[in-house]
Design a protein around this ligand. Structure first.
Ligand code: IMP
Ligand code: MG
Length: 179
């Protein structure tokens, strides 16, 4: 166990199994389309995106979007900004947005609105983790890996001040390391 982690919530094996199931759900949902465009919200969704797209068996295009929300803290700012524009044309495309975690919902709402403005044929989003108790704005994810309680988690893409993203599991960060 990592010395900064108090408890492992999801092991590497449990995450891999759930991502296989999510891949199957996505394959079934999009069975009728000829191509899917995946938009990954980086940096947090990098491992999730990398693993999930390899479970998708229809043609996939990928683009990334970067959103500023946390300033080295565990509380997000309320109005996230999109700081990397998309390169792919999304008009009339089937789009799946991926993020690591749905917390207050501000990030996904902002990304959802900016992509909806580009007139995709359909727009869905998937998150690896959802903290339902913290929802502040109305957003409904279409694909969810796991529900988690209101606690600060790191690993498998999730960070505190850009650290711990490389941990292969998801765990609780000890409070003394959250400052
Ligand atoms: P929201 O805008 O409040 O929904 O926050 C979403 C973003 O906050 C995610 O993309 C994460 O980058 C970050 N975030 C929220 N909760 C956690 C957490 O427990 N650990 C690490 N990052 C988190
Ligand atoms: Mg983050």
């Amino acid at each position: 166990m990592h010395p900064h982690i108090s408890e492992i919530l999801f092991s590497e094996q449990v995450i891999a199994q759930r991502i296989r199931e999510l891949g199957n759900e996505i394959n079934r949902h999009f069975a009728q389309i000829d191509e899917l465009t995946v938009i990954s919200i980086i940096n947090g969704a990098i491992p999730f995106t990398a693993d999930l797209i390899r479970q998708i068996d229809l043609p996939v295009r990928i683009d990334c979007i970067r959103v500023s929300s946390y300033q080295n803290a565990t509380s997000p700012v309320q109005a996230p900004n999109i700081i990397n524009a998309l390169r792919l044309d999304l008009r009339d495309r089937h789009v799946l947005i991926l993020d690591d975690i749905l917390d207050t919902g501000h990030t996904l709402k902002k990304v959802y609105q900016s992509i909806a403005d580009l007139h995709p044929a359909s727009l869905q989003f998937g998150v690896l983790l959802e903290k339902k108790a913290r929802r502040a704005v109305e957003v409904q994810p279409d694909f969810v890996g796991f529900q988690i309680p209101d606690a600060f988690v790191v690993g498998y893409g999730l960070d505190f001040a850009e650290r711990y993203r490389n941990l292969p599991f998801i765990g609780l960060l000890k409070p003394e390391f959250q400052q």
